[in-house]
Design a protein around this ligand. Structure first.
Ligand code: BJ8
Length: 380
């Protein structure tokens, strides 16, 4: 069974505390901008003096209400995000003065049209492939248009200096987060992946910039100094596929409870994306466009880079098997899963498990049986 420190604060507790912290910032007159995706250049939000907050839904809350307007078969992340917004159940959305969104998957971009009836929503036209001759040019232009949207929304000018400071700050946060994730490269890992990612993924709940980097570095040192008895024989798992915050308990925690270690998060906010820094020397808009267009998400076609990254991560983190999470209705990750299987199973000869699921608890028993068999495959 996974043992956690006595003062361990769960992701949901951290999120709830963040609502109160954000409320305090709002009372001081701070502006807030909601985001949904790793393609959002949060540097622009910092440069305009506002706080970026993630709005992706990660529980069943709001889904029933959303299904009165959205198809039942849609991805749970989209349904819960919209349901929480339309019913004013998400304080992050409630406090947002505006929202930055992107044309990623079809479900999200159509949902943004409805969201735009509630708050000012700016949708960035993300190119659907990064190798097209005009992709970088058009994405740079989209980033400039987004800056104008924020300037107009808040009546503030984004100076080159403010944008440069924001770029430097976000690069430092990325480096601190990479340092944290890399603790799990140690074999055996001194910390459970469930605990480590609770800290890394809660970095978004820190709204007063100054101390975040120090806190992440202190946590990294603390994790590195730990010794975990009996961890040598636990198989090491990389988790890939759709964002997994909404299935942390039934998949990630269960996986570790059953005897494996979650050592690497191959999702869009994990190490494979964090390693891309924004060039601090060149034109800030071009530098932002270059950095964000490098992200290897399944909404891109083709998306070969994701599988090159996957192979590197498997070797760097000494992984014994790969678990892929596909959220119901997510066509891009579902189709790419065949490619993941080929890479992991055929090319690298490692066990691969794909789990299709949603945010409900109804498939918990079935998932547990499959995770048990997967762990057995890795240990034999
Ligand atoms: S960069 S992963 S945050 S698009 S799971 S809503 S794709 S149907 S979340 Fe994503 Fe940006 Fe990519 Fe990351 Fe659609 Fe799929 Fe649902 Fe998804």
């Amino acid at each position: 069974m996974l043992t956690l420190p006595k003062d361990f604060e769960t992701y949901d507790e951290k999120r709830r505390n963040a609502f109160l912290a954000l409320y305090e910032e709002k009372k001081k007159g701070k502006k807030v901008v909601g985001t949904f995706c790793s393609y959002t250049p949060t540097e622009l939000i910092h440069a305009v003096g506002a706080i970026p907050v993630g709005l992706c839904g990660n529980s069943e809350q709001g889904i029933m209400e959303a299904e009165t307007r959205l198809p039942k078969t849609l991805c749970p992340l989209i349904k819960s995000s919209y349901g929480l917004a339309m019913t004013e159940q998400c304080p992050f959305f409630y406090f947002s003065d505006g929202v930055l969104a992107e044309t990623t998957c079809d479900g999200k971009k159509k949902m943004y049209e409805l969201l735009g009836e509630i708050k000012p929503v700016h949708v960035m036209k993300l190119p659907q492939g990064k190798d097209h001759a005009l992709a970088l040019e058009s994405w740079t232009e989209e980033i400039r248009l987004t800056a104008s949207f924020l300037e107009k929304l808040f009546g503030v000018r984004i100076t080159e200096e403010k944008l440069h400071d924001a770029i430097v700050y976000r690069n430092r946060v990325r480096k601190a987060l990479i340092g944290l994730y890399e603790v799990a490269k140690v074999k055996p890992s001194p910390v459970s992946g469930y605990e480590l990612t609770t800290v890394s993924e809660s970095a978004d709940f820190h709204f007063t910039d100054d101390s975040l980097i120090e806190k992440l570095e202190a946590k990294t040192r603390e994790f590195r100094s730990r010794i975990r008895e009996g961890a040598e024989n636990r198989p090491r798992v990389l988790v890939t596929g759709c964002p997994n915050t909404g299935v942390r308990e039934k998949l990630i925690r269960r996986l570790e409870d059953l005897g494996a270690d979650y050592v690497c998060s191959d999702h869009c906010a994990g190490p494979r994306t964090l390693r891309f820094m924004v060039d601090e020397e060149k034109d800030p808009y071009e530098a932002l466009a270059e950095r964000y267009l490098k992200i290897n998400c399944s909404v891109m076609s083709p998306n070969e880079g994701r599988f090159d990254d996957l192979k590197h991560l498997v070797s760097e983190y000494q992984v014994d098997g790969v678990l892929e999470i596909v959220l119901q209705g997510c066509h891009t990750f579902a189709v790419e899963a065949y490619h993941t299987w080929r890479t992991i199973n055929e090319q690298l000869g490692l066990p691969y498990l794909r789990v299709d699921t949603d945010f409900s608890r109804s498939d918990g028993g079935q998932i547990e049986t499959r995770l048990g068999a997967f762990i057995e495959m890795m240990t034999n």
